[in-house]
Design a protein around this ligand. Structure first.
Ligand code: OSB
Ligand code: MG
Length: 368
């Protein structure tokens, strides 16, 4: 396969409701989409970097810049291109994993479409549908939160994740337990909002039988998570701290986490995501698929990944209508709390050109 060029497209997708986390509030998801064009087929990749560098150091315009100046030229120079060749070709460039992931996914999608093989099949999926959870943002009041959670449970979501921060942690968890009972699969995500000094306070979550607490401490504080894990009965899960299979292996060895959230963008792509899945499986550590408010493009590939055998807990792979009034692909619809793994070639979905045009703010064509 040889690259003809890559289209970089910036889109703006209004969220159905503002999404507040400990690091900020999102109302419109700005997304960079990549379309890799080869002689044989074209493939899509969604860059999960957000507008501002608040979840991680990456952000949409930095991703577009590093792709334009360094990553796409390096891949364009490959004499023999395929999905497996992208990672090694980009390895000399430090960081920028979300940008790298988007490019690798677009190339892999093109390759798989040319061969008529699905992403799920390529990654090693063992299921044709995956159980789904939903991530519920910080709200202005407990009443609002209970309405939101009730709506998601009515829709069929199999697991609820509450975003927490200092001042919004034990009370919302208590309220959800009191209203909806002990059988609801419930977990929390702090997005690095605490320090080890908060260990006693966070132990106040222990009576509520949470599945896990996600990334309570700074992304670099892996030892702190290991210390915290000794104090908490609630299992510690890492998100931001896990950037590669190596960092996953280290975190597990240090006792910093008992569960791992896998987001392909955060770790540089679906192939590295699979390696993390394998490392975790070898250590008996359950994994689940994280989300970054993806459109149908990113969601399709996340659902394929979530169908691997080690993904034993419901992920943040929610239906399209949890995020957007209109998705840019065929919508993902919840069926009995599950999403179907797209069976078609590549990621299995294609954006609708008219919908895409409606949300596009900028298009650049970068010839190889
Ligand atoms: O920490 O998991 C996170 C969204 C954006 C950035 C970080 C996170 C999230 C979510 C939402 O929790 C997951 C989703 O439904 O896509
Ligand atoms: Mg998280």
């Amino acid at each position: 396969m040889k690259l003809a060029g890559v289209e970089l497209r910036l889109i703006g997708m209004p969220l159905v409701a503002p999404f507040r986390t400990s690091f900020g509030t999102e109302t419109t998801r700005e997304v960079l989409l990549l379309r890799a064009v080869t002689g044989e087929a074209e493939g899509w990749g969604e860059c999960v970097a957000m507008s501002d560098p608040l979840y991680s150091s990456e952000y949409v315009h930095a991703a577009a810049d590093v792709l334009t100046r360094f990553l796409i030229p390096a891949v364009a120079a490959l004499p023999e291109l395929d999905g497996n060749a992208v990672g090694p070709a980009l390895a000399k460039f430090k960081g920028h994993r979300m940008a790298k992931a988007a490019l690798e996914t677009a190339v892999l999608d093109a390759e798989l479409r040319a061969q008529g093989r699905s992403m799920a099949r390529e990654l090693g999926a063992v299921r044709d549908r995956v159980p789904c959870g939903v991530s519920v943002g910080i709200m202005d009041s407990i009443g609002e939160l209970l309405d939101a959670v009730g709506g998601y449970l009515d829709a069929g979501y199999l697991r609820i994740k509450l975003k927490i921060e200092p001042g919004w942690d034990v009370e919302p968890v208590r309220a959800v337990r009191e209203r909806f009972g002990d059988d609801v699969l419930l977990q929390v995500d702090a997005n690095t909002a605490y320090t080890v000094a908060d260990a006693r306070h966070l132990a106040g979550l222990d009576p509520f039988d949470l599945l896990l607490i996600e990334q309570p401490l700074d992304e670099e504080d892996v030892l702190g998570h290991a210390e915290l894990a000794k104090v908490l009965r609630t299992p510690v899960c890492l998100d931001e701290s896990i950037t590669s299979a190596r960092s996953a292996a280290d975190a597990i060895r240090l006792g910093a986490c008992r569960i791992v959230n896998i987001k392909p963008g955060r770790v540089g792509g679906y192939l590295e995501a699979r390696r993390i899945h394998d490392v975790c499986a070898a250590n008996g550590v359950p994994v689940w698929a994280g989300g970054m408010l993806e459109t149908g493009i990113g969601r399709a590939a996340n659902v394929a990944l979530a169908a691997l055998p080690g993904f034993t807990v419901p992920g943040d792979t929610s239906a399209s209508d949890r995020y957007y009034r209109t998705d840019i692909t065929e919508p993902f619809v919840l069926d009995d709390g599950h999403l179907a793994v797209p069976p078609g070639p590549g990621i299995g979905v294609t954006p609708d050109p008219a919908e895409l045009d409606k949300v596009t703010s900028k298009v650049d064509w970068l010839p190889a």
